[in-house]
Write a protein that binds this ligand. Structure first.
Ligand code: GRF
Length: 206
């Protein structure tokens, strides 16, 4: 199987994925690393690791979100990509892209979803004062930080933990969970989810 990683930033999750490929924990080919940010360090990491196709696309050069996503899809099609891994990719994907890779796009989010959605999840969890937070790998659907959950890992927040300590713990958990979840997906251990409607409760109930 061939896969692509989409990243906008530092790329520590990408690095963990590259390491897992080398260790044969992930048995698939990372063919493409694509970024919407020219300065993303993830691009550097990809080049250094010898990823065959490293691409930076500039969103401002496209008239619409769909046009930008279509340009990404063109790259993915050309490189015969089977599934897509989001690793700190900060743009919301259009329905066009999601439909093209339905149940084949994975994302990692730094909280125990459905708690603390959004781009400040670690900070929000810390400020809320929860004692346990964590990380989630899920399929991407049309809603942000939503979609069927593939794997989760809990992170405890100790009474003396600072925010920086928590950030470090969460990232450490991510770097373990993402390769594990990708491996489950590759091995076909996660079936395309069938979401059953819950029948309405009838009769007397409280
Ligand atoms: C991670 O915390 C991930 O959960 C979130 O974005 C961050 C990306 O970090 N979606 P990195 O670029 O992989 O270092």
């Amino acid at each position: 199987m061939n896969f692509a990683v989409l990243a906008s930033g530092n790329g520590t999750n990408l690095q963990a994925i590259i390491k897992a490929i080398k260790a044969k924990q992930i048995k698939a080919s990372l063919k493409v690393v694509l970024s919407d940010k020219s300065g993303a360090f993830a691009l550097e990491r990809a080049r250094k690791a010898g990823v065959p196709c490293v691409v930076n696309l500039a969103p401002e050069q496209y008239l619409t979100r769909e046009a930008f996503d279509q340009a990404m899809l063109d790259v993915l099609k050309k490189e015969e990509i089977d599934f897509v891994v989001l690793a700190g990719y900060m743009r919301i994907l259009s329905p066009l892209f999601i439909e093209a890779y339905r149940h084949k796009i994975l994302n990692i989010h730094p909280s125990l979803l459905p708690a603390f959605k959004g781009s400040h999840a670690i900070k929000d969890a810390f400020q809320f004062g929860v004692k346990v937070t964590g990380v989630t790998v899920h399929f991407v659907d049309e809603q942000v930080d939503h979609g069927v959950i593939i794997a989760q890992s809990a992170v405890e927040i100790g009474p003396n933990d600072t925010f920086d300590m928590l950030v470090e713990k969460v990232h450490e958990a991510e770097h373990k969970l993402y390769p594990y979840a990708i491996n489950l997906f590759i091995r076909g251990k996660i079936k395309a989810p069938v979401v059953k409607a819950v029948p309405p409760v009838t009769g007397q109930h409280r």
